[in-house]
Design a protein around this ligand. Structure first.
Ligand SMILES: *Cc1c(COP(=O)(O)O)cnc(C)c1O
Length: 333
């Protein structure tokens, strides 16, 4: 079994679940009548946007901080982040008596920056891409001795995100298809390792935006490649996978059954459905599962679980999406 050679196994995920127990929420799973009817198979929504700090990123950050020594925690942690990992690491570090420094590109929306400061982290705004922010992280590690907790490419982070997969199988034991938002692949790698470890017949599908899909381009190329970063409604899915990717690229290559791309209009439709029908406020990155179901882009082998991964959207932008304004893409004003 080739999975045995992968950097994160089901046992690592079980250990992570024990470690983060009581520090992260077990989020609700609800069945969507409207989506089930539409696709002709039961569709369940994992309401992970109700997680503390507003996204699943708290799982990986908490597991990573708890895996450090007391001496490392005292030095402080650092990460490059498009927002949600930064929030999560700020929260997790403070909860364990450490200080987080968060480096991010100027494309990150202001609501996310101020929230990270409010959670007690030090913020560095550097350049216009995730890769430039990453260079600042390397500098802080060398010059100030901080400890990196990367947003995705780290075994403890992947194992932490994988705890979501354990919950999915516990809540919907008969699950056949899991729809996972995909960027750097920490969420998809962790969930796929957990779900397939428990239920090898289940399919795990990664979903991402057409505009700057780094993991998709890398899987097609057979190794990590750079893609141009473009503004998207799914801003939490922006950024590269790292040219020196060690953990999430091999895991996604081995474990993902498919990767599906969504247009800006399809992502907007997913957000509108979540709001108007499911009564949930979610960010663009979290809407890709619903978007793919509405667009008929995934085979309806059910039961299906779609992960609503976060809710940290600028509410003014959310209002415009709900009103039907085109924000990004070829029809944008
Ligand atoms: C980070 C993030 C993702 C993607 O997770 P990766 O581990 O980078 O693939 C999806 N949705 C939200 C809300 C996120 O914050």
């Amino acid at each position: 079994m080739r999975e045995k050679t992968l950097p994160v196994q089901i046992d690592n995920i079980r250990a992570a679940a024990a470690r983060v127990d009581g520090r992260v929420l077990r989020t609700p799973m609800v069945e969507s009548g409207a989506l089930s009817e539409r696709v002709g198979a039961p569709v369940h929504l994992k309401l992970e946007h109700h997680q503390t700090t507003g996204s699943f990123k708290l799982r990986g950050a908490t597991n990573a901080v708890l895996s450090l020594s007391a001496e490392e925690r005292a030095r402080g942690v650092v990460a490059a982040s498009t927002g949600n990992h930064g929030r999560a690491l700020a929260f997790a570090a403070r909860a364990e008596g450490s200080l987080a420094t968060i480096c991010m590109s100027s494309l990150v929306p202001e609501n996310k920056v101020s929230e990270i400061r409010r959670l007690g982290a030090r913020v560095r705004i550097i350049g216009r891409s995730q890769d430039e922010a990453q260079e600042e992280v390397a500098r802080l590690v060398t010059e100030e001795g901080l400890v990196v907790v990367p947003p995705f490419d780290h075994p403890a982070v992947v194992a932490g995100q994988g705890t979501l997969g354990l919950e999915i199988v516990a809540q919907v034991p008969e699950v056949e298809t899991v729809l996972v938002p995909l960027s750097g692949g920490g969420l998809a790698a962790g969930i796929a390792a957990a779900v397939k470890g428990l239920k090898p017949s289940a399919r795990v599908i990664g979903l991402t935006m057409e505009r700057g899909a780094a993991m998709k381009a890398s899987l097609d190329a057979g190794g990590p490649v750079l893609v141009e970063e473009l503004p998207s409604l799914a801003d939490s899915l922006g950024g590269g996978i790292g040219l020196d990717n060690r953990v999430t690229f091999p895991m996604c290559r081995e474990l993902l059954d498919d990767v599906v791309l969504l247009s800006e209009a399809e992502i907007a439709a997913g957000m509108r459905h979540a709001y108007a029908v499911e009564r949930e406020v979610i960010e663009g990155a979290a809407a890709v599962g619903i978007a793919a179901l509405l667009a008929g882009k995934v085979a309806s082998r059910g039961p299906i679980v779609a992960i609503l991964s976060g809710r940290n959207v600028d509410m003014e932008q959310h209002r415009r999406v709900i009103n039907g304004d085109v924000i990004y893409g070829k029809d944008a004003a």
